[in-house]
Design a protein around this ligand. Structure first.
Ligand SMILES: C[S@@+](CC[C@H](N)C(=O)[O-])C[C@H]1O[C@@H](n2cnc3c(N)ncnc32)[C@H](O)[C@@H]1O
Length: 200
């Protein structure tokens, strides 16, 4: 069975153009089979891009699980003075993000495998439509790792559907020391704001 998080998707490539239309920008993107949202912009992703506040103008930003790159490209165009790291385990997704950033003029996107982000990088903001389908233990490990790399005062903005465990995720994040609030809710999608752990 093929998953959107397979490193090398087994389904044949069949690129497709999608248009991401937001109040402040419109961008043409290429997606593909074998990556998340291979046919259209995901409604949860669109909700995040519409409802989260503007990203920090400078510093290091992270799109955790970039897929074909709609979040990374948007962050980069909204914050041209920042560096946007776009990480994924799916190689087809990384190639699409690189190509989409180049085509969209988002020169400040660095798409790479997670381990290629230098370990000393700390993020002013993390935005993600996280890979809930990898299962709860793997998702929790993933979020612990990357949220632990928020800079002091940094914020993460996560979109998760209630049917995919948004509310229990919110509680778990709080138990892990990440103060988390539900900022918006629409059609089952929750927009969560997660604060960096307070340092002792
Ligand atoms: C729900 S999709 C979101 C994709 C894209 N950001 C979007 O909004 O269309 C989550 C992404 O996380 C990626 N992913 C899964 N495991 C990962 C990991 N361990 N590290 C980084 N990304 C991962 C998946 O391959 C997938 O592309």
């Amino acid at each position: 069975m093929s998953h959107y998080f397979d490193p090398e998707p087994s389904v044949p490539s069949q690129p497709r153009q999608v248009t991401l239309v937001l109040p402040d920008l419109t961008v043409e993107l290429t997606t593909d089979r074998g990556v998340f949202a291979g046919h259209a912009v995901d409604p949860g992703t669109r909700f995040l891009l519409l409802e989260a506040p503007p990203p920090p103008a400078r510093g290091e930003l992270l799109d955790l699980g970039c897929g074909y790159g709609p979040i990374a490209v948007t962050l980069a165009l909204r914050s041209p003075g920042a560096t946007v790291w776009a990480v994924d385990v799916n190689h087809r997704a990384l190639e699409l993000t690189t190509a989409n950033a180049r085509a969209g003029g988002a020169v400040n996107v660095r798409a790479c495998e997670p381990d290629a982000v230098p370990p000393d990088v700390r993020f002013a903001a993390i935005w993600a439509n996280p890979p809930v389908r990898i299962g709860k233990p793997a998702l929790q490990a993933l979020l612990s790792h990357w949220l632990g790399r928020l800079a002091p005062g940094g914020r993460a903005w996560l979109v998760v559907h209630k049917h995919l465990g948004a509310d229990s995720l919110l509680r778990w994040l709080g138990q892990e020391g990440f103060a988390t609030e539900r900022r918006r809710s629409r059609r089952g999608y929750r927009l969560l704001e997660v604060q960096a752990r307070a340092t002792a």
